[in-house]
Unconditional design. Structure first.
Length: 189
C-alpha cells in the first residue's frame, strides 16, 4: 500500500479512492466517508474535495445533506477501476495480526472477494476458541477501511464449526467447495 499511496499522494487518498471505486452505486456523506475509511472528518473533507475537483466524484445536495458518488462519466473511470481492483489486496500477515486479538484462532479461510469469486456468501471465515465478537468486529472494520469495501464474514466456536462441517452446512460448503485460501488450519481440514 505504501508505494500506491505515494503514487496517489497519500494513504488517505488511496483509502478514499478505494471506497468510491468499490462502491460506485452508493453515495456517501462526509461523515460516512470518515467512518468507512477510518480517517478524520477534516482529512475526509479534504480528500473528497480533491476528488470532486478532479471530476471523479459528483455531489448531490447541499451542505449537511450533501452526498458524494462516483461520476460515471469520468473519462478515466474504467482504467482507474481496473487498476484499483487489480492492485488492492491485504497481506495475509496483516489479516492474521488483526484477527489474533479476537481470541485463539483455529481456522481462518479467505473466499469471496479475496479469491475473485463474488457469488459466495462470505469473504472471511474465522473459527476459534473464546472469540470476542466485539474485537473481531473491530478487526474486520479495520480491514474494510484498508480495502475500501465491506467484508462479509462468519465466526464459529470450534465445536460449532465441527458440527456444521459434519452436517454439510450450506455456508461452509459455499466456502470449501469453491476456491478458497486457508491462512490458519489447526483443525486439519
Amino acid at each position: 500500500m505504501e508505494r500506491l499511496s505515494k503514487l496517489f499522494g497519500s494513504p488517505a487518498r488511496l483509502k478514499t479512492l478505494r471506497l468510491f471505486v468499490f462502491n460506485q452505486e452508493s453515495s456517501f456523506t462526509l461523515n460516512e466517508v470518515a467512518n468507512r475509511t477510518k480517517l478524520s472528518k477534516e482529512t475526509s473533507r479534504r480528500e473528497v474535495a480533491e476528488l470532486l475537483d478532479s471530476g471523479l466524484l459528483r455531489k448531490k445536495g447541499e451542505r449537511a445533506a450533501a452526498r458524494y458518488q462516483v461520476n460515471p462519466r469520468f473519462e478515466h473511470l474504467t482504467a482507474l477501476n481496473a487498476f484499483i481492483r487489480e492492485t488492492t489486496s491485504v497481506r495475509p500477515q496483516r489479516i492474521l495480526a488483526a484477527l489474533k486479538r479476537a481470541g485463539a484462532l483455529r481456522l481462518v479461510a479467505l473466499s469471496g472477494h479475496f479469491t475473485g469469486i463474488l457469488e459466495t456468501q462470505i469473504d472471511l471465515l474465522v473459527v476459534g476458541d473464546h472469540l470476542d465478537d466485539r474485537v473481531l468486529s473491530q478487526a474486520v472494520h479495520a480491514l474494510e477501511a484498508e480495502l475500501g469495501r465491506e467484508i462479509r464474514y462468519a465466526s464459529f466456536a470450534t465445536a460449532d464449526f465441527r458440527y456444521r462441517l459434519g452436517v454439510y452446512d450450506r455456508l461452509l460448503r459455499d466456502v470449501f467447495d469453491y476456491p478458497h485460501r486457508l491462512l490458519i488450519d489447526k483443525i486439519g481440514l
